[in-house]
Design a protein around this ligand. Structure first.
Ligand SMILES: Cc1cc2nc3c(=O)[nH]c(=O)nc-3n(C[C@H](O)[C@H](O)[C@H](O)COP(=O)(O)OP(=O)(O)OC[C@H]3O[C@@H](n4cnc5c(N)ncnc54)[C@H](O)[C@@H]3O)c2cc1C
Length: 562
């Protein structure tokens, strides 16, 4: 197949709706709007899922914790959306058991946890996963032998969902939007609103790869820039606007599976401050999170600092005494700013996770709406609410939201066992077949057909993860990836694998250079760009103490090259 090298540039400039930001919420809105017949431009400064959607805990959860704030509506909504994701994206979202141990020192009593469990089950009636179970002390130790027995009284086991490959969900939703007519403009930064006769009638934007300025027009503009919502427009391009984003940083540590590590997700109370901490098996490793720290700088600069790392290591070592984790065990970190509403004086953990649609008419920018808040889990409902609102603003006949029962592309006709068998029958080895099904669902057959047509594409592009060359072609020809970081971080997730793909980066860059027509200079700048992107992960300096690198993300280019 001849790859299509062209970027999805704006070949038309007038739309019904402009959506700023291709995180999970922006892509969700673009899909819903396109399916309801609107012409929509989705404009993203970097790539699909390059914002906080990639820095989350990747759980699709009802939010047991929100019951403490009596937020039953949000829990019910989240549980309904969780169930929809089990049905509409079964290749990406799986039920996962969570264990919540009880210790004598806990601030939440065991009976309070039990009431929470009963309520959680009641609010998720007609669900896929089993209802909760209570375990005594002995059963808890049998299920999780590494747990500290000191003060342990038992545990509750309940279910939520896990979305290990959040990037793939965002990519599929975005591509479904494009397949239904949406215009996806990646690496295009919105800089200012277009204002005419006192109304917002579009946006000005700049193509970050070519420097080209573009003007896009639409009667409704949705700012869905997650934690960047207050930073999208240059201050001198707009009248003063109220601050909307609260800025609470959350970090996760990623470590190898350690002695005594649980096989369930474990959700437990911190000894230090009573917050709930998670130990999450993720991509054959373990993610430990999260923290809540006020953060006022550019969300793109959020990094895990040493205080957060110490806090998380102390908590996990208290839970699993034989873990004995130190700073040197931290492979890398994920850190992002939650897009929570700005509520000065309210502790971060108490700020509502419900989304709000903020209309800027009162502050002199009618036509502009900002989406504040939301979670990965509830993106579809957020999109439904936003597009309902948009249809009203446009005065258009609303055919109704089509996404509640709509399967994602990779879920159409999805049967994991059967797909693996078919791939095996067509010549894929077991490891490749498993990976393709896990990443692409039903589309795994399309990816493998590239390798069948051109046998060189069946070769491994990255041996540790089992990624084949055909996936590189898939990324650039069918999934709108245009940079090395797009491919390694958001299409194939090689960036999160051992070694971050650096041992294969030259070979991968060669393949992409051929596909995308890069000259030697561009090829090198792509490799440099990928090294720069890796600073997000705060990978340790092999020559220095681990504690020195926390919060810096610094010198990663040099360190990772070493
Ligand atoms: C530590 C942590 C853990 C979390 N865990 C979970 C969890 O387990 N489950 C869950 O459901 N939720 C979780 N969340 C919340 C969830 O990640 C977010 O609510 C969700 O991803 C927000 O998506 P978004 O699309 O609104 O924002 P983003 O994903 O940040 O997308 C916004 C996009 O806008 C783009 N953008 C910014 N400025 C511009 C501009 N000027 N022009 C064009 N584009 C622009 C950015 O590049 C970005 O891609 C967690 C969050 C954090 C921080």
């Amino acid at each position: 197949m001849e790859p299509d090298h062209s970027r999805s540039s704006a070949d038309r400039r007038d739309y019904d709706l402009i959506v700023i930001g291709a995180g999970i919420n922006g892509v969700g809105i673009a899909l819903d709007a396109a399916l309801r017949g609107l012409s929509v431009a989705l404009v993203e400064k970097e790539d699909i899922c390059s914002g906080v959607s990639a820095w989350s805990g990747r759980l699709v959860h009802g939010g047991l914790r929100y019951l403490e704030h009596y937020d039953f509506g949000l829990v019910r909504e989240s549980l309904v959306e969780r169930e929809r994701l089990f049905r509409n994206a079964p290749h990406l979202v799986h039920p996962v058991p969570l264990m919540m141990p009880s210790f004598r020192h806990n601030r939440r009593s065991r009976w309070l946890v039990e009431i929470g469990m009963v309520l959680y089950d009641a609010l998720s009636w007609r669900k896929t996963p089993p209802t909760h179970r209570l375990l005594g002390r002995t059963a808890t130790l049998r299920r999780f032998p590494g747990i500290s027995p000191e003060g342990l009284t038992g545990a509750a086991v309940f279910y939520d969902g896990q979305l290990e490959l959040a990037e793939r969900l965002c990519v599929e939703v975005a591509l479904d939007a494009v397949a239904n007519g949406a215009q996806l403009m990646l690496h295009t930064r919105v800089t200012a609103p277009l204002v005419q006769d006192g109304r917002v009638v579009g946006v000005e934007a700049v193509d970050e790869l070519t420097g080209e300025q573009v003007q896009l027009r639409a009667p409704v503009v949705y700012n869905v820039a997650g934690p960047w919502i207050d930073r999208v427009f240059a201050p001198d391009s707009v009248p003063e606007q109220p601050r909307l984003n609260g800025g609470a940083k959350g970090s996760h540590l990623v470590v190898e599976r350690f002695p005594g590590a649980p096989t369930d997700v474990v959700y437990y109370e911190s000894r230090r401050d009573g917050r709930l901490v998670l130990v999450i098996p993720w991509m054959d490793r373990v993610m430990i999170g999260t923290t809540d720290v006020r953060f006022e700088d550019d969300p793109g600069d959020a990094r895990c600092d040493i205080g957060e790392a110490e806090y998380l290591l102390d908590e996990v070592n208290a839970l699993v005494p034989e873990a004995g984790l130190t700073m040197d065990d931290v492979l890398y970190t994920l850190s992002g700013v939650r897009p929570l509403p700005y509520e000065p004086g309210v502790p971060e953990s108490s700020i509502t996770r419900t989304h709000v649609l903020h209309d800027h008419a009162a502050s002199g920018l009618p036509g502009l709406v900002t989406v504040v808040g939301g979670k990965l889990t509830t993106y579809r409902q957020l999109a439904e609410d936003a597009v309902d609102d948009c249809m009203r603003r446009l005065g258009r006949r609303d055919p109704g939201c089509p996404t509640r029962t709509r399967s994602l592309p990779g879920a159409r006709g999805f049967d994991g066992e059967q797909l693996r068998a078919e791939l095996r029958a067509r010549g894929a080895d077991e490891r490749v077949a498993r990976r393709l099904v896990r990443f692409y669902g039903a589309a795994s057959l399309e990816v493998w057909s590239l390798a069948q047509a051109t046998p060189a594409l069946a070769e491994l592009a990255h041996a540790p993860s089992g990624m084949i060359r055909a996936e590189l072609v898939q990324a650039v020809s069918r999934e709108q990836a245009v940079t090395l970081a797009d491919v390694l971080a958001r299409r194939t997730l090689t960036a999160f694998e051992p070694g971050h793909g650096l041992e294969s980066v030259d070979g991968i860059a060669d393949v992409l250079a051929d596909l995308l027509g890069w000259d030697a200079e561009r090829r090198q700048s792509e490799i440099d760009g990928y090294h720069a992107w890796l600073s997000h992960l705060d990978i340790p300096d092999p020559d220095g103490p681990r504690s020195d690198s926390f919060g810096a993300g610094a010198a990663t280019t040099e360190r990772t090259r070493a």
